[in-house]
Write a protein that binds this ligand. Structure first.
Ligand code: PLP
Length: 393
């Protein structure tokens, strides 16, 4: 069976050009970048080239990039690093109600260690209101973390407007408040300039932009106070000890370079395909609705709720046809609770359980979209016939 992939938000295949760039760094160029001999200097310069490529993708300086093991580590380092480095000044963090678990669970961890965290509400599209950020900031606030775009519903947050209110409140209170964003779903997909966004810290993950898994970066604006994450080595300016994942970092750099050059054209193409899928599914499936913002959303994200049936059963039926999608509901996420993101935008439990996400990417074709449009509405019809919720409606 021809398998079709609509789960690019979960991970992307590594671009073959990225694989080619990585290959010599497994055996031919294997030196430890900390070694002063030529083997080491060869890999050190490869790591520094990748640092430049990643910095360029987000309008940062190479010295402001710390390589990590991925998005989760970057998020954890941002929250814990700022919290522990600035605890004398304050104990209060602010996050949004739609953050990835790498942020929410880290905030919970910090709460158990004496910090306080305010969780901001979002509107029905998943947007944070900058006025709510202003209201939540107090004299003891040290960090605000609001993601750039949501991984489930695709909503893109008004980061520059949030940065502006943080700046105003900072000036009024005479406080030092850092602004972090989880840009794991946007880096390499939407243009990013850290200065224009007004952020001090930003998380990226290579495997979401056609790079390898297990490597990411934390952007750290010069002057930001951050406690080291791994102790025992001088790598990454002493902020993250451990011998660098050289092939991974080289691949990340190559992926960042390719994304920077190809992003604009790719976004237009993917958004057109996504809109065709959205219009076709919403028209072909009665009692279905779009989740997330209608326009301020990732070009590759489509999240819809389909009444009376469960995301899980839709996924399994699609999988039997060779189509891979995703749901924030029940078992697939390893929890019986529906997605906190869908609950935060106000969906009742039963609708949150009936949601499905299609995320498109650079290898998605129109024929694949047409195949979903052909296969999915009859699947919904069949599942609804078996659903007690539908039969008794
Ligand atoms: N943040 C967001 C918004 C994500 O979508 C993900 C991955 O799904 C992560 C963080 C974690 O990234 P990683 O898988 O590189 O740890």
């Amino acid at each position: 069976m021809n398998r079709i992939y609509f789960d690019y938000a979960a991970t992307t295949p590594t671009d073959p050009r990225v694989v080619t760039a990585m290959l010599p760094y497994f055996n031919e160029k294997f030196g430890n970048p900390s070694s002063i001999h030529s083997f080491g200097q060869e890999t050190k310069s490869a790591v520094e080239k990748a640092r430049e490529q990643v910095a360029k993708l987000i309008g940062a300086k190479p010295a402001e990039i710390i390589f990590t093991s991925g998005g989760t580590e970057a998020d954890n380092h941002a929250l814990m690093g700022v919290a522990f480095a600035n605890e004398k000044q304050g104990d209060h963090l602010i996050i949004s109600g739609v953050e990835h678990h790498a942020i929410t669970e880290c905030a919970d961890f910090l709460k158990k260690r004496g910090f306080r965290a305010t969780v901001l509400p979002v509107d029905k599209y998943g947007l944070v209101d900058p006025a709510e950020v202003a209201k939540a900031i107090e004299a003891k606030t040290i960090l605000v973390s609001v993601m750039h775009a949501n991984n489930e519903i695709g909503t893109v947050q008004p980061l520059a407007a949030i940065a502006k209110v943080i700046k105003e409140r900072k000036a009024a209170l005479g406080a030092k408040i850092y602004f972090h964003t989880d840009a794991v779903q946007t880096a390499g997909h939407l243009p990013i300039e850290v200065d224009a966004l007004g952020v001090d810290l930003l998380s990226i993950s290579a495997h979401k932009l056609y790079g390898p898994k297990g490597v990411g970066a934390l952007y750290l604006r010069k002057g930001t106070r951050l406690t080291s994450f791994l102790h025992g080595g001088a790598q990454e300016g002493g902020k993250r000890g451990s011998t660098e994942n050289v092939p991974g970092i080289v691949g990340f750099g190559a992926a960042a370079e390719i994304a920077r050059q190809e992003m604009a054209g790719e976004n237009d193409r993917v958004a057109k395909l996504r809109d065709k899928l959205k219009d076709g599914l919403l028209a072909g499936i009665p009692e279905s609705q779009l989740n997330g913002h209608p326009t301020d959303r990732l070009p590759n994200n489509l999240n819809i709720t389909i009444k009376y049936i469960e995301g899980e059963s839709m996924l399994l039926s699609l999988d039997m046809e060779g189509i891979a999608a995703s749901t924030g509901s029940a078992c697939s996420s390893g929890s019986l609770e529906p997605s906190h993101v869908l609950l935060a935008i106000g969906l009742p439990h039963e609708l949150a359980h009936g949601s499905i996400r299609f995320s498109l990417g650079k290898y998605t074709t129109e024929a694949e979209v047409d195949r979903v449009l052909e296969i999915f509405p009859p699947i919904v019809k069949r599942l609804r016939k078996m659903s007690p919720l539908y039969v008794c409606k």
